[in-house]
Design a protein around this ligand. Sequence first.
Ligand SMILES: Nc1nc2c(c(=O)[nH]1)N[C@H]1C(S)=C(S)[C@@H](COP(=O)(O)O)O[C@H]1N2
Ligand SMILES: [Mo]
Length: 421
Amino acid sequence: MTSDTKLKATSRRAFLKASLAAGGTLAGAGMARAGDPLITEVQPWAQGFGDPVDATPYGLPIRFESDAVRRNVPWLTADPISSINFTPIHALDGTITPQGCAFERHHSGAIELAKPDYRLMINGMVDKPLVFSYEDLERFPRENHVYFLECAANTGMEWAGAQLNGAQFTHGMIHNMEYTGVSLRTLLEEAGYDTSAKWIYVEGADASSNGRSIPMEKALDDVIVAFKANGEALRKEHGYPVRLVVPGWEGNLWIKWLRRIEVTDQPVESREETSKYTDVLADGTARKFTWVMDAKSVVTSPSPQAPITHGPGPLVITGMAWSGHGRITRVDVSKDGGKTWETARLAREGENKALTRFYLDTEWDGSEMLLQSRAIDETGYVQPTKAQLREVRGLNSVYHNNCIQTWWVKPTGEAENVEVS
Ligand SMILES: Nc1nc2c(c(=O)[nH]1)N[C@H]1C(S)=C(S)[C@@H](COP(=O)(O)O)O[C@H]1N2
Ligand SMILES: [Mo]
């Protein structure tokens, strides 16, 4: 492009913008305000130079975006070592979660384990017990897949009624990343697993070890021994240098700082799969091994931390949906607490066991709304209401709460967590 045609293109864009404003289709937006100094005056950032390259060899978000950070709820846990924080889903769009703000859940803190010190053992019912170094793992054929990780406790505080005021806190124990690694099946075959073995037991190198049993069928299906997330090394807090990726299944199984895989013929029934991460039913008995995360969704904006600030007129309602059983095929949005539903637009076709972004491009008349979203997955499963879930599970449960969430959006544009069951 010559500078002449560039100029023409720019002024045509400016003209289009001006005529759009004159047409008034986007109330207020795109309207040129006479004498706006941001247009008429040379601004400070145009009067000198910006930063040179290399000012930040590894960049951080610009300081104006400080809302998009992990947050915890201090009263939820006794101390921050065995604790959890939440992804700022109210401030994100698209589907990929940047590692820097992806929630963390540690049982004994995030450890620092260097690659030269890394060892992964496969033992138990195998022909040859093996120990892999990090470099050994890099020599096996690799895979790339995007998957969500949801902690089974996500939304667990909302069973009895609306409690935490923000999508970050009610639904932020989730992230969605592109993983690179080696298929677990490849490593189990390398060790020559006994075909009569029914389970593996996996543990991490941290003090808690977070040991869990996984059925062999899943271990041989789509589990990945991952060393990269979103193209770069895993962050320390997500299991550097190697973590297990267990697509569609509860986050507790995704062992960080993965250190040992034992091939066995029965589940170990460890702490993390007995006294924790089981679902206590209405009669007080516990349902064991609820591995799959059922279909779920939430409106991320507007929401309590992302109020409507622009007044009536065009409004983008957005959120995310996911299912541990496969692809999301449809998301519906209700503005009246579930009386009527509109089908939202999926930004892309649903992907297997990964987050799907949805949008409802709508007109807001300025009246109050009871905003809800409802996900449907490829198996035909429909995300339940709170009442439907309680019918099956009672009120003793903590984990696996995938019910429909409601935000009460007021005429001021502010939103609040409320219960519509
Ligand atoms: N070794 C180890 N692995 C672990 C944990 C842990 O404390 N130690 N926490 C588990 C739980 S309960 C969850 S929800 C996920 C959280 O992964 P993240 O911290 O990358 O979000 O890791 C799982 N894997
Ligand atoms: Mo978890």
